[in-house]
Design a protein. Structure first.
Length: 391
């Protein structure tokens, strides 16, 4: 897998890059390592409105850009029957050209081979429509002709649905600005107008989020708060970042401020198994380590602060993790409050010392003072208590 996973591929699908070309490049760069027999991977973002083809972006990895120029010319010159087979009728497609196109239109095999200089005998391709008249079409160059397996078809059907949804989200949020800027402005406006959510609705969203029925889109900090933003997934497909029952159980224990040793004793699991589950849950939720996972799952944490908004026809879930409320920690000195903020953000003692221009020994003393004044025994328990206190 070369360090990449299908979670990364879905994340790339929902990336809010400033241009279609940058978005497509991110998709291609993430997806190619997942295709073991792909010699190259290229693709287009296409507009198919008004019975014409317009290329919005093109990209390739592992082959010269001139190859995409030839493919673009082939797309424009292709007869209607070939285009319908190759691009479909608005539904996601996945397969090889030999099994989908060449079998139905044998004459087009020679056209394809001529276009590629007879260097590519077959192509694994995917078409992901946005539902709004646009699509992303990806093609992986294969060393030999082959058919796709049932497992491949299922996996890529899911990916195609996410790519189409991500493309539609980008189009919906464009409105003359970057999609990310539009989304963040809307999220901040909602939080300022409606800082409190209805608890039952928030808990229902929470269950859907960790079950993978929402795909994470963005994570950003603003005005002393951390925002988690998600887009509704197709209920048939879900998000590969869904937590397993075991990951969710362990994360809930972390949210209560318990150590790996305590969790392992209670659940009858090894410390290594707990560590792996914590790391997996943190990665799936886009969190920056154990402290943030504790804050995420703390009683009164983000599970009671999720809300939903509709933006440009898209359903968006928004979660807010409050930053520290200094009024609640009057016993701390200014230096200890500063160190506290760094601790919760995941900084090491050495990093805090470097930032403050002090020695690690001094910072360690300040950390012990913070723990003693707040009645906690660890950084994880600190994150959990703080999140509950600021709810």
């Amino acid at each position: 897998m070369h360090g990449k996973s299908w979670i990364d591929a879905v994340e790339a699908a929902y990336a809010l890059e400033p241009t279609a070309g940058a978005w497509l490049k991110g998709v291609i760069d993430t997806l190619r390592p997942l295709l073991d027999d792909a010699r190259a991977l290229g693709g287009f973002v296409l507009s198919l409105r008004d019975a014409t083809i317009r290329v919005e972006a093109a990209g390739v990895q592992g082959a010269p850009c001139s190859l995409m120029v030839r493919f673009e010319a082939l797309l424009r010159a292709a007869p209607a029957d070939a285009l319908r087979l190759a691009l479909g009728d608005g539904r996601p497609l996945f397969g090889t050209l030999s099994e989908r196109l060449f079998a139905a239109l044998p004459d087009h095999e020679g056209i394809f081979l001529d276009t590629t200089g007879r260097a590519i005998p077959d192509c694994l391709y995917l078409v992901a429509p946005s539902g709004t008249g646009a699509c992303v079409a990806l093609g992986a160059a294969l060393a030999q002709r082959r058919s796709t397996s049932a497992a491949e078809r299922e996996r890529f059907a899911r990916l195609a649905a996410h790519l189409g949804a991500g493309l539609r989200l980008r189009e919906s949020l464009a409105a003359g600005e970057s999609a990310r800027g539009v989304l963040r402005a809307a999220v901040r406006s909602r939080e300022q107008a409606q800082p409190r959510r209805e608890e039952n609705a928030a808990l229902a969203l929470w269950r859907d989020l960790i079950a993978g029925r929402w795909s994470l889109v963005d994570r950003f900090d603003s005005d002393g708060k951390s925002f988690v933003v998600a887009h509704q997934s197709d209920p048939k497909l879900g998000d590969p970042r869904a937590l397993t029952a075991r990951e969710r159980e362990i994360a809930e224990h972390v949210g209560l401020g318990r150590s790996n040793k305590e969790i392992g004793y209670e659940l009858g699991l090894s410390i290594a198994a707990i560590s792996n589950a914590v790391a997996s849950a943190s990665r799936k939720l886009g969190l920056r380590g154990r402290s943030e996972l504790a804050s995420f799952f703390a009683p009164g944490g983000i599970c009671t602060r999720l809300g939903e908004l509709e933006l440009c026809g898209e359903r968006i879930a928004v979660g807010v993790l409050s930053d520290l409320s200094r009024k609640r920690f009057d016993a701390l000195t200014r230096a200890e409050s500063d160190v506290l903020g760094d601790l919760v953000r995941g900084a090491t003692v050495r990093a805090i010392a470097a930032r403050r221009g002090s020695s690690p020994y001094t910072v360690e003393t300040q950390v012990k003072a913070v723990y003693a004044k707040l009645g906690v025994g660890s950084r994880v328990e600190l994150a959990s208590r703080l999140e509950a206190a600021t709810a």
